[in-house]
Design a protein around this ligand. Sequence first.
Ligand code: HEC
Length: 139
Amino acid sequence: MSSLTSNYHAFKLLAFASAILIAVITACSSEPPTPTPTTQREPTTYSGEESFQNRCAVCHGQQADGTATGPPLVNRLYEIGHHPNFSFHNAVNNGVIAHHWNFGNMPPIPNVDSAEIDAIICHVRDLQRAQSIQAGQPC
Ligand code: HEC
């Protein structure tokens, strides 16, 4: 067998191997893409009571009944008709200039997202309702 012929055979073998390789790669790449894990966050569920204790009770009292540094939120003044839910969002996000009491201003409370404020409101409204203060429908 001349070296020319054996080179030819080697070439054919290489071509055959390449063809298989290409076929395998093509088959693999044509598989349906594996689903990528979703980056969307699950809606967070807060415990309004826990959040209230952590973020508000230091001034407003554990039962929202007031302390030396903040007024009771369980008070007719804060019934839903007079202080609707948006006034809670506003108080938390922007703080409150003292206008009803002599406790001084309420500072904005940082890092409380809207869903957490909603949960806190549900909790405060429950406490109000238990004292027959107008508090709207339970959440
Ligand atoms: C550092 C003390 C402090 C903390 C902490 C605090 N508050 Fe207050 N908050 C006050 C004071 C003082 C007032 C009363 C201002 C006034 O005289 O009207 C007030 C008033 C309010 C009002 C009435 C707003 C209005 O329009 O009159 C709401 C609602 C309220 N707070 C909700 C909250 C919630 C919810 C939290 C927790 C996320 C919270 N506060 C945390 C001190 C505080």
